[in-house]
Design a protein around this ligand. Structure first.
Ligand code: HEM
Length: 421
């Protein structure tokens, strides 16, 4: 097989063990789209856990592939920075000329102050309130599904449910909620390098998003009886009320993408994992209480964000390698979550694990996902409602899912399923 070290779609993929170690480039999105990434990470974990890739579409970068090293980077924000001005938190640097500050790409103290503004959205009291709304809406979506007919699970269930939840969190005009889905897709779409037309169109759509949300800000900024939604929180929060328009757009996009693609792809990935592991699906139908431990297992198995990146603020050592100030350091959560030295039977999907929350999918340290409990609750509710409706019959995945061409968002754009009558 010929080598495919570039980022070309549908190019044949090289055998991970046949190419020289120094030529391995796990940033190639085709490896993720083709679901061919696993032997690459397996080899890196075994032979070169902190691996230097000298040349890639994204320049040179370090890959951190083992659980304990990822933890080390994620919890040492004084050495490994998230700052947008240094490039941000993804392999691809923040775009010059269209710079979007957001608190996931800030270091303390500004990060901490802005994070605090939106944290009440996931306070236990608010989560409890949201749960009944989500249950009712999930029920309606499931009740509308066709029986004995093939349909797309991603569109009919995963997207619809997460979009409804986002609309609720923002108190967004209900009938227009699919705009949120669109903006989330646009925000994460990596246009091809050098494709200026596509990039211009993308920026124009994001400007529409900014205009729409500015209108909502203006309606809520002086509300005397403030609502409990994310826009009001940002408009009235001490650390956020004086943000400029780009910073507002940045934080809005963070909350849209954070709460959208990740949960959406876990809803799809969970059903796929159960279909690929019918013994686990049977175990679940026999004992629906296992939903509780299955949910974190789905999130580990799916790892909806494959990586987060940091930039070294000083020379340092990691796994015996010398990292230089300014180097790009990529934490591959997707690999750490399959690290057999840290997680027992890491390469098996087991819905009743002893320590199901021991995974890296939400990150660790000061940037650990704000929405983690909300995401878990949403997945739990969906599965409880599915099992109530179809206690004996598994929902069948009837064709190959289409995976996203991305090294960051690990997910699906479609998955054909059938509910047996
Ligand atoms: C941060 C994953 C759902 C909002 C993060 C990070 C990850 C992550 C990996 C970065 C952690 C780090 O750098 O250490 C996920 C996954 C989800 C999910 C896997 C679903 C299964 C949500 C939801 C929301 C949300 C529902 C709600 C709106 C955020 C925000 C941040 C964040 C605001 C930035 C936190 C900070 O920088 O302090 N998430 N997320 N996420 N997530 Fe999530």
């Amino acid at each position: 097989m010929s080598e495919s070290l570039g980022a070309d779609r549908d190019k044949p993929i090289a055998d991970a063990y046949a190419i020289p170690l120094e030529k391995i480039d796990v940033s190639n999105p085709e490896l993720f789209r083709a679901n061919a990434i696993w032997p690459y990470f397996e080899r890196l974990r075994r032979e070169d856990p902190v691996h230097y890739c000298k040349e890639s579409e994204y320049g040179s970068f370090w890959s951190v592939t083992k659980y304990k090293d990822i933890m080390h980077v994620d919890t040492n924000h004084g050495i490994y920075s998230s700052e947008a001005t240094l490039g941000g938190v993804a392999l691809r640097n923040q775009e010059e000329g269209f710079f979007l500050p957001m608190f996931i790409m800030m270091d303390p103290p500004k990060h901490d102050a802005q994070r605090k503004v939106v944290s009440p959205i996931v306070a236990p009291g608010n989560l409890a309130k949201l749960e009944s709304t989500i249950r009712e809406r999930a029920g309606k979506i499931l009740d509308s599904l066709p029986i004995n007919e093939t349909f797309d699970w991603v569109d009919r269930v995963s997207i619809e449910l997460t979009t409804q939840m986002l609309a609720t969190l923002f108190d967004f005009p209900w009938e227009e909620r699919r705009k949120l889905t669109r903006w989330s897709d646009v925000a994460t779409a990596g246009t091809a390098f050098g494709d200026e037309e596509a990039e211009k169109a993308r920026r124009n759509e994001l400007r529409d998003c900014a205009a729409y949300f500015t209108e909502l800000w203006n309606q809520r900024v002086n509300a005397t009886e403030p609502g409990n939604d994310l826009i009001t929180m940002l408009a009235q929060g001490e650390a956020t009320k004086n943000m400029g328009p780009m910073e507002y757009l940045g934080n809005i996009l963070l909350l849209i993408v954070g709460g959208n693609d990740t949960t959406r792809n876990s809803i799809t990935g969970g059903l796929l994992a159960l279909n690929e592991n019918p013994v686990q699906y049977k175990k679940l139908r026999d004992n629906p209480a296992l939903v509780e431990s299955m949910v974190p297992e789905i999130i580990r198995w799916q790892t909806p964000l494959s990586h987060m990146r940091r930039t070294a603020l000083q020379d340092t050592e990691l796994g015996g390698k010398q990292i230089k100030k300014g180097d790009k350091v990529v934490m591959w959560y997707v690999s750490g979550n399959r690290d057999e030295e840290a997680i027992e039977n890491a390469n098996s999907f087991i819905i009743d694990r002893k320590h199901p929350r021991q995974h890296l999918s939400f990150g660790f340290g000061i940037h650990r996902c704000v929405g983690n409990r909300l995401a878990e609750m949403q997945l739990r509710v969906v599965w409880e409602e599915i099992l109530k409706r179809w206690p004996d019959k598994p929902i069948e995945v009837v064709g190959e899912p289409t995976r996203v061409f991305s090294n960051l968002i690990k997910g699906y754009s479609s998955m054909p399923v059938r509910i047996p009558g």
